[in-house]
Design a protein around this ligand. Structure first.
Ligand code: CP
Ligand code: NVA
Length: 309
């Protein structure tokens, strides 16, 4: 049994295979082809934070694959009334075939996974957001080909999304230039996972120069709402503007995991501009996670990833 708590739970080969499968599933879906290998399977979804994309993509994805998804809010389950994570994990995982969790501390996911009889998927923690990275890598590849040896610029907070980009850079072999203000840089142990592929910059323009992809995220993530004003002050100069995109070049793509705050981390003209692929990126959450669900829920002999791929 496999969990997907961080990108490093997969090898580089497995990530490449998942990305190829995601594009295949996208094409099948667009062609109206019915593909239901997960009939009778159930995904439990525990959301301790809000979500639009993650919830809809997992729920729609399970329905399209012939299975079912259960939305479990801590407000309505005993988890919110203090039932231990370890007990909840042992109970839920005896009834469903996989569990997706969106939570605060990453340790909650690890504790759940340690006691779970079913695969656990990280639907975002304070530490990382690996499902979003699958969609982002799929989107880059569909628009520009393989990401290996290309250059990605991360502008803004060294947060959960930035951490997953660092893991991806180390795993798949591309350069990641991060511009973040002091005090908001990525965690040192995560940074180390990127090795020589990752460089830190003080200046957004220096990081963006010659990038194949410019990407960013909100300045205050879920759980940091009270820091909004201080963060707006600290991140001045770290907005993705049209002039920053010009510095990257006309071929550079723009991505944002969404939801976006126009006028803060990104100008509306960039988000809505011709270099932006944010709507493809959002759609790819569906296809990339369907590939992941097949990978985790089907036995290898019936699964989508073949050694010959
Ligand atoms: N990008 C992302 O995870 O969006 P949601 O918070 O809407 O799920
Ligand atoms: N960094 C953001 C991502 C939201 C999808 C957050 O954690 O709120």
């Amino acid at each position: 049994m496999r969990h997907f708590l961080t990108l490093r739970d997969c090898s580089a080969d497995e990530i490449h295979q998942l990305l190829r499968r995601a594009t295949e599933l996208r094409d099948m879906h667009r062609a109206g082809q019915l593909h239901q290998p997960l009939q009778g399977r159930v995904l439990g979804m525990v959301f301790e934070k809000s979500s639009t994309r993650t919830r809809v993509s997992f729920e729609a994805g399970m329905a399209q694959l012939g299975g079912h998804a259960l939305f479990l809010s801590p407000r309505d389950t005993q988890l919110g009334r203090g039932e231990p994570v370890e007990d909840t994990a042992r109970v839920i995982s005896r009834m469903v075939d996989a569990v997706m969790i969106r939570t605060f501390g990453h340790d909650m996911l690890e504790r759940f996974a340690a006691y779970s009889a079913a695969p656990v998927i990280n639907g975002l923690s304070d530490l990382c957001h690996p499902c979003q990275l699958l969609a982002d890598l799929q989107t880059f590849t569909e628009h520009r080909g393989p990401i290996t040896d290309r250059r990605v610029a991360w502008i803004g907070d060294g947060n959960n999304m930035c951490h997953s980009w660092i893991e991806a850079a180390g795993l798949l072999g591309f350069d990641l230039h991060i511009a973040a203000p002091p005090g908001y840089r990525p965690e040192a142990d995560i940074l180390a996972l990127g090795g020589e592929r990752v460089q830190l910059f003080d200046d957004a323009y220096a990081a963006a120069e010659g990038a194949d992809l410019v990407t960013t995220d909100v300045w205050a993530s879920m759980g940091q709402e009270s820091e909004q004003a201080a963060r707006e002050e600290a991140f001045r100069g770290f907005c993705v503007t049209e002039s920053l995109m010009e510095c990257a070049g006309p071929e550079a793509l723009f991505m944002h995991c969404l939801p976006a705050h126009r006028g803060e981390e990104v100008e509306a003209a960039v988000l809505e501009g011709s270099q932006s692929v944010v709507w493809d990126e959002a759609e790819n959450r569906l296809h990339a996670q369907k590939a992941l669900l097949e990978f985790l829920m089907l036995p290898p002999e019936n699964g989508p990833l073949h050694p010959a791929d």
